[in-house]
Design a binder for this molecule. Structure first.
Ligand SMILES: NC(=O)c1ccc[n+]([C@@H]2O[C@H](COP(=O)([O-])OP(=O)(O)OC[C@H]3O[C@@H](n4cnc5c(N)ncnc54)[C@H](OP(=O)(O)O)[C@@H]3O)[C@@H](O)[C@H]2O)c1
Length: 373
């Protein structure tokens, strides 16, 4: 495993620049007024970051809005799915309105049941909840996209998703009749062009199955390719990427903002550290002495400081917790504001460290993390 990380580091150091990239066409139909990416709530924010609340939503380029704090729901296979179900109910009771999940997490039945339970008992209405699902890489072939979405909708028992995103820009061959096998550890690379996948996502939006469509783990080059796709009907509303003080994604965020794409940050707390996906020799973000020291000034734990930092970067924050205490604690992100000086100090922690390198895909031609950003 370490040899792979070392090889990747050498590769990254040797390519360091973007190479040839096609500029984004300013006349493309996706090009919208930049101001519409501004952080908004109803009524609009008065321009003061401190004014964020758990009800604050960001405007998406297609007119829908997304709550700035989302509940992450990924957990290692060893965690019973019922734990995530109960935690999702608690989160909704506490005021979380954005739930991030995915087919590949294997828990859409339970997460959907939790959401529906909170609708049935009157805590929320369906339209209060913003649910994100993800198209797994096995289903990129145009004939599979809608079926995969309908499978998620059927598991969730929801008649529309708020957001459906391509999980990664890489395609994997579906093996056998099953579209996903729990025990299948072998990923066979496929070469489906994500632009052809995107066209079906556009059709799913037109059919009313999803309100908004977006991407995840796309680098700048891949975003540009999608934005420049001939006949593009809808631009991606968001790019969901890893984002935290050790990987602050400033360059990618700047590019996304200038193209009206909202950045949604995952692993904001330094990731789940599931050894199947994360190299455990990486530093633990929440043990960083600078985050802890800054937190002491505000009487906040490092976790909440990391969340606040990402929020003040203008990035939507996903945070996973299945603990009622920490779900509550994480809402403290709305109770204070980091000074410009604190932001600068935390900027200094950036080391472009990806916890989730998805190395199993590292030789795929569309592997996104060889580029600088
Ligand atoms: N698009 C993608 O490719 C992608 C990749 C990774 C993740 N995601 C999404 O983003 C979500 C979040 O990312 P992540 O799962 O990597 O993890 P994360 O949110 O960075 O961290 C989760 C870990 O932090 C702990 N934690 C939560 N609140 C805490 C607090 N206040 N103090 C100390 N520890 C705390 C959690 O433990 P407890 O549960 O015990 O509190 C859990 O172990 C995922 O669940 C998933 O929805 C998307």
């Amino acid at each position: 495993m370490h040899a792979i990380y070392a090889r990747l580091a050498v590769y990254k150091a040797s390519c360091g620049c973007l190479g040839r990239v096609k500029p984004v066409s300013r006349s493309a139909p996706h090009t919208l007024d930049k101001d519409s990416t501004a952080w908004t709530k109803t009524p609009p924010l008065q321009g003061k970051v401190m004014a964020f609340t758990k009800d604050t939503r960001v405007q998406l380029s297609d007119g829908h809005t997304m709550p700035v704090l989302g509940l992450g729901t990924y957990a290692a296979k060893t965690v019973p799915k019922s734990v995530g179900e109960e935690a999702t109910k608690v989160a909704i009771e506490l005021g979380y309105r954005h739930v991030d999940c995915a087919y590949i997490y294997g828990n859409e039945v339970e997460i959907g049941r939790a959401i529906r339970a909170k609708i049935s008992d009157g805590t929320v209405k369906r339209e209060d909840i913003f649910y994100t699902g993800k198209l797994w890489c096995r289903f990129f072939s145009p004939d599979m996209v809608r079926k995969a979405l309908e499978k998620s909708m059927s598991d969730l028992q929801l008649d529309y998703l708020d957001l459906f995103i391509m999980h990664y820009p890489v395609s994997i061959k579906p093996s056998g009749p099953e579209i996903y096998r729990e025990d299948d550890e072998i990923y066979a690379y496929d070469n489906v062009d994500f632009c052809s996948t995107w066209e079906v996502l556009e059709a799913c939006k037109d059919a009313g199955l999803v309100r908004s469509i977006g991407v995840s783990n796309f680098n700048r080059r891949q975003l540009e390719r999608l934005l420049n796709k001939p006949g593009l009907k809808y631009a991606p509303v968001c790019n969901q990427v890893e984002c935290h003080p050790y990987l602050n994604q400033k360059k990618l965020t700047e590019f996304c903002k200038s193209n009206n794409i909202v950045v949604v940050g995952y692993s904001v707390l330094g990731s789940h550290r599931d050894p199947n996906w994360v190299d455990l020799s990486t530093p633990v973000l929440l043990e960083d002495p600078i985050l802890i020291a800054i937190g002491k000034k505000y009487n906040q734990p490092a976790a909440v400081v990391a969340m606040r930092y990402v929020l003040q970067l203008g990035v939507v924050v996903l945070a996973k917790s299945f603990s009622p205490e920490r779900l509550k604690q994480n809402l403290q992100v709305f109770e204070f504001e980091l000074t410009a000086e604190d932001m600068k100090t935390i900027d200094g922690l950036n080391k472009n460290l990806h916890y989730g390198l998805f190395l199993i895909m590292k030789d795929h031609p569309e592997y996104p993390f060889h580029d600088e950003y």
